[in-house]
Ligand binder design. Structure first.
Ligand code: TEU
Ligand code: CA
Length: 547
């Protein structure tokens, strides 16, 4: 299937739908909702990991890449999911966590027992207790090294202490991982998402980072492009959809990863646009979003990838991010308008759109109020770090309320009844009160809902080549809150105008729409006018002209 006209729907299984009433979402729950996914018009379903795991990082700590965690279901369930998705014209994409394994993985257990072969599967360094090999920091807080007294060695973990980094320099490791790909390909999986795949190549020399937490040494590391080329070629997955999650990456590298001539990946996720509200790059502090920076980033990434031959995954939300309507919109007074406006900003760009479960309903952050309500390892770690740094509990909770990954992990809201239709018993993580009006059942009934608007956006991409293939030029870049662009393809011209602000904005130059048809507006009929001089609060307008 052509990825240029496709849309991907992301599922976080634990929070999507619980089929057996234990409060935890599962694979049979996903099977039961395939018709819903089909009704969105999406082509692929990406599920985050459901493999055997101690679940310290909700499955990103994999213990066995070929078996299914019993909480999520069985291998037969996964086979049925693949088959039933396929019957509906959708492909399943699996999440390959190849930068690290769980320390419960058989390989790491053998390494711990002193088996030389398996010690070389990971990154062990000699050393004394108390002095880690480098000053690198884990992304979840604290040192990135853990000491193993029995071995007199430290191992590297860029994430949790139970997520040990693999040694990709070892060809045996690469072969093991290729076998995992072959296994799932055989099962009929249609694509892959590769977790933090730009971190797999560590530097030849490990040294202290005087400027930061070490990421500049291993992000887009020395052999990463070679490793990806080899993985793709040797498993023959070049025709599948492959998206790499790139952490602290650069535009130049992402173009290389996604340029079809390089035969590495199909597209990349990058996170620069989701850091415009991090003061000095600090996720754990709050600031007003820098809209100019946001617009500049989109302009830069969109135009450069178009010129040089790369491809982007476009997204606002995933299981690691707070909800976009709470972040850049107004979850109260302009909830519906701003949720639709934010969708319009990105889903008509050049790239493949990813919709994260619940985003299509305009789900806001859950608003958890006490630390007991949080489940995520990163959130709990940082809560304590913030307290140590002198923040009050109230301040720390306010930061988590905006930044925690659990903001994106509250259960999917299917209806306004018991447990939001997610489960028949108390879910593993709390359901926010807004489920009573923000849920699938209500939004199906409302012709003007966020849900129907998302369907329309997905359908437009299929319908108009200009959205798939058109050139792109950004407009009104000097106007801070106007997010606007024009796309062109043969006889088609698409004009997308959005106001990121809760105030009316006067356009520096008015637009008259002679010859244009209004394809979409988040103010319904009220949005229609023949000349645009202003944009209302959070307004979105999309115009199309065809010769
Ligand atoms: O995330 C990678 C990653 O670096 C982040 O999104 C991370 O959560 C954030 O930067 C911390 O501030 C991927 C997965 O999406 C995430 O769920 C996993 O926890 C992580 O890798 C480790 O596998
Ligand atoms: Ca369950």
């Amino acid at each position: 299937m052509d990825f240029k006209s496709s849309t991907v729907y992301q599922i976080y299984p634990k929070s999507f739908c619980d089929s057996n009433g234990d409060g935890i979402g599962d694979i049979r729950g996903m099977i039961g909702k395939l018709d819903y996914m089909k009704s969105l018009g999406v082509d692929y379903i990406w599920s985050t990991p459901f493999f055997a795991s101690p679940l310290n990082d909700n499955g990103y700590d994999v213990e066995d890449y070929r078996s299914i965690h019993p909480l999520f279901g069985t291998m037969e369930d996964v086979e049925e999911l693949i088959q039933k998705a396929e019957e509906r014209g959708m492909g399943l994409m699996l999440d390959m966590v190849f930068n690290h394994t769980s320390t419960q993985h058989e390989w790491f257990q053998k390494a711990l027992a002193g088996d030389k072969k398996y010690m070389d599967y990971y990154i062990f360094k000699d050393g004394e207790p108390g002095t880690p090999p480098t000053n690198w920091q884990s992304k979840f807080g604290g040192s990135a090294w853990e000491y193993v007294p029995k071995l007199n060695k430290w191992y590297l973990h860029l994430f949790d202490v139970t997520q040990a980094d693999l040694n990709w320099n070892n060809p045996d490791v690469r072969e093991e991982l290729k076998n995992v790909i072959r296994f799932w390909k055989e099962k009929g999986v249609k694509g892959f998402r590769f977790d933090v795949v730009n971190l797999i190549s560590k530097p030849d020399v490990f040294e202290d980072d005087d400027e930061g937490d070490g990421r500049r040494f291993y992000s887009d590391g020395p052999y990463v492009h070679e490793f990806l080329k080899e993985l793709t070629a040797d498993t023959d997955i070049g025709d599948m959809i492959m998206v790499g999650e790139m952490s602290s990456t650069s535009l130049e590298h992402c173009i290389r990863y996604s340029d079809p001539r390089e035969k590495e990946l199909t597209m990349c996720f990058n996170f620069h646009h989701l850091k415009v509200d991090y003061p000095d790059g600090n996720k754990w502090a709050l600031a007003r979003p820098d809209y100019r920076r946001l617009k500049e980033l989109f302009e830069l990434w969109q135009t450069k990838t178009a010129q040089q031959g790369g491809w982007n995954a476009v997204f606002w939300c995933n299981h690691d991010q707070p909800r976009i309507v709470s972040r850049l919109g107004d979850e109260k007074a302009y909830w519906k308008e701003s949720a639709k406006m934010l969708a319009t900003c990105i889903y008509l760009l050049r790239g493949t759109p990813y919709i994260y479960q619940g985003e299509e309903l305009g789900m806001p952050n859950p608003g958890y109020r006490s630390i007991e309500e949080y489940r995520d390892v990163e959130s709990v770690n940082y809560y304590h770090i913030l307290l140590q740094e002198g923040k009050t509990q109230e301040e720390a909770l306010r930061i988590l309320g905006q930044r925690s990954r659990d903001n994106g992990r509250s259960p999917m809201q299917w209806h306004g009844g018991e447990y939001a239709g997610f489960s028949t018993s108390q879910p593993w993580i709390g359901i926010p009160e807004h489920y009573q009006y923000i849920n699938v059942q209500e939004e199906e009934k409302d012709a003007d809902s966020v849900l129907h608007y998302y369907r329309r956006l997905v359908a437009l991409r299929k319908q108009y080549p200009v959205i798939q293939d058109g050139t792109i030029a950004f407009l009104y870049q000097e106007q801070e809150t106007v997010f606007a662009y024009q796309r062109e393809w043969e006889g088609q011209k698409l004009l997308v105008l959005n106001n990121l602000s809760d105030r009316e904005v006067v356009l520096q130059e008015a637009v008259s729409c002679g010859g244009y048809e209004c394809l979409l507006s988040n103010y319904g009929q009220d949005g229609a006018r023949s000349r645009l001089e202003t944009l209302r609060a959070y307004e979105s307008i999309v115009w199309l002209k065809e010769d």
